[in-house]
Design a protein around this ligand. Structure first.
Ligand code: AHR
Length: 506
């Protein structure tokens, strides 16, 4: 039997809410149709944003949103997306299918969306094809409160007060679509560009994100850190607050034949989970290199693209990256969340790719219709960990499950945290395709408690929601537990995530 020990008094780090962050790119039907439909649309909207999508996202709790890309960011010229919409430039979205980008969603619309969602902002600047001046002026346009050409332009376009930019990315994937640069070349460009990302609001300085590695490219991390953070002679010169990391789970490990989102067998399921677990090695190895140059409280890891990447749904535009989302994706999300939570001292933010209609989305839309995916429910159940303190846990008796000898994965994964109001949040996942698991939980530091909320997400590994049947998989109440004399016993069905919220009786 699996035993979980939770020490309710031993806190092991703060789970930054942004670990549950999202990413929205001008790609396929993510921004256009998925989120933004324009004020004149028949789809109910507020200032152009779909009411149904915004409501669902608010309920799920979006802490931060990254925009405008992705690869799109390094071809985006922000001045094309401001001013009267009829005057905005129409351009080619060369990265994503060569479709026309009419720039009707730009800077003002992004901040409007974040205001509606009540989330922090993460703007990604253009290093690949943009100038230093362009980046400098964008920051001035967004954040300067005084009198200046860009602040004046912003006011002319209807926004008196500056916005708050919480995070700013200086380029994206500059080792690839963002300019095919070497780490040495990018690192020097980064130092130059970030100089002109000015902090006009000293009380809320912009958190600068330097472009980090593709998966296990440790040389990139080493070179970039070496150039952008060093001690000379006694003083730390550090030009960044965060270094990004992109890692996608590819079920077949092959970009040409990624595999179907919905049509897979048990063996492929476990392969997918096994590949997802590689995230932990990446977090450990990259952060170890980073710590040679700057302490973890100086530079954090920003996993600003993660999730499963499959073949597109048959019959859809290959450049739009539209894929379905099954219970397998919810398991992948739970595994990643638990890795990020357990490494919350180094991981400050993570952004699933992407929020609506692209890759591992939490929402899919078709015209005026919308469905929530299993990944949505995983985010929804884990939302209680946002801004909570990670608790010390010890799991014993956990077995490995899988088909292939070399691709076994731990059956149970979990996170326990305590919120500022003292409530303990436990999310516990059984990834087995067919075996239930009984977990006995003992709580150190609390003798008398009550479970105040219990929820479950469960289903067959390849189940998913469709527009004709939107509740095949959804979060429901859970009663498969007993709580007696300070002991908690949980019966986890196969392929399930359980949330228990526990309050001490005083
Ligand atoms: O999320 C899709 C793409 O994946 C992003 O645009 C890019 O940064 C990454 O390669």
């Amino acid at each position: 039997m699996t035993k979980l020990y939770i020490d309710s008094k031993q806190k092991e780090g703060f789970i930054n809410p942004e670990i549950y962050g999202h990413f929205s790119e001008h790609l396929g039907r993510c921004i256009y149709q998925g989120i933004y439909v324009g004020e004149s649309s028949e789809i109910p909207n507020t200032n152009g944003m779909r009411n149904d999508v915004v409501e669902a996202l608010k309920e799920m709790k979006v802490p931060v949103l990254r925009w405008p890309g992705g690869c799109f960011a390094d071809e985006y010229h922000w001045k094309d997306g401001i001013g009267p919409k009829s005057d905005r430039k129409r351009m080619v979205n060369a990265n994503w299918g060569g479709v026309v980008e009419d720039n009707s969603f730009g800077t003002h619309e992004f901040f409007e969306l974040c205001e509606q969602l009540g989330c922090k902002t993460y703007v990604n600047g253009n290093v690949g094809s943009g100038t230093v001046q362009e980046m400098n002026e964008w920051v001035e346009y967004m954040t300067f409160d005084g009198e200046s050409p860009m602040a004046g332009l912003r006011k002319k376009n209807g926004r008196e007060k500056p916005w708050r930019v919480d995070y700013f990315g200086v380029g994206n994937e500059n080792w690839g679509c963002g300019g095919n640069m070497t780490p040495q070349y990018y690192a020097n460009l980064y130092r130059r560009y970030q100089t002109f990302v000015r902090n006009y609001d000293n009380e809320n300085p912009i958190f600068k994100v330097c472009c980090g590695a593709n998966s296990s490219d440790y040389e990139w991390t080493e070179e970039v850190m070496k150039t952008c953070a060093y001690k000379a002679p006694d003083h730390l010169h550090c030009f960044m607050d965060g270094l990004s990391l992109h890692y996608y789970t590819l079920p077949n490990g092959d970009w040409q034949h990624k595999g179907s989102a919905t049509d897979f067998d048990e063996s492929q399921y476990y392969t997918t989970l096994h590949k997802t677990l590689f995230m932990e090695e990446l977090v450990k190895k990259h952060s170890r290199i980073m710590s040679k140059y700057a302490d973890e409280d100086k530079v954090s890891l920003i996993v600003d693209e993660w999730g499963c990447w499959y073949d597109v749904e048959p019959g859809t535009n290959p450049a739009f990256l539209y894929q379905q989302n099954t219970m397998r994706d919810a398991m992948v999300a739970a595994i990643n969340f638990d890795i990020f939570n357990h490494h919350c001292k180094v991981v400050r933010m993570a952004n699933i790719a992407q929020i609506v209609n692209v890759l591992a989305s939490v929402i899919l839309t078709e015209g005026s219709d919308m469905i929530l995916t299993p990944t949505y429910y995983a985010f929804h159940m884990y939302r209680h960990h946002q801004g909570a303190d990670l608790l010390h846990t010890n799991l014993t008796g956990n077995t490995d499950v899988g088909i292939k000898e070399e691709e076994q994965v731990p059956k149970i994964t979990q996170t326990a945290s305590v919120s500022s109001d003292g409530i303990i949040n436990l999310t516990i996942t059984n990834v087995s395709t067919d075996q239930p698991e009984n977990v006995s939980v003992s709580m150190e530091g609390i003798s008398n408690f009550e479970v105040i909320e219990a929820r479950i997400l469960t289903g067959k590994i390849d189940e998913y929601n469709i527009f004709e049947d939107r509740n095949v998989v959804s979060e429901t109440d859970f009663n498969g537990y007993t709580a007696n004399d300070g002991q908690l016993s949980i019966e986890l069905p196969p392929c399930s995530i359980v949330l228990l919220r526990i309050e001490e009786n005083k």
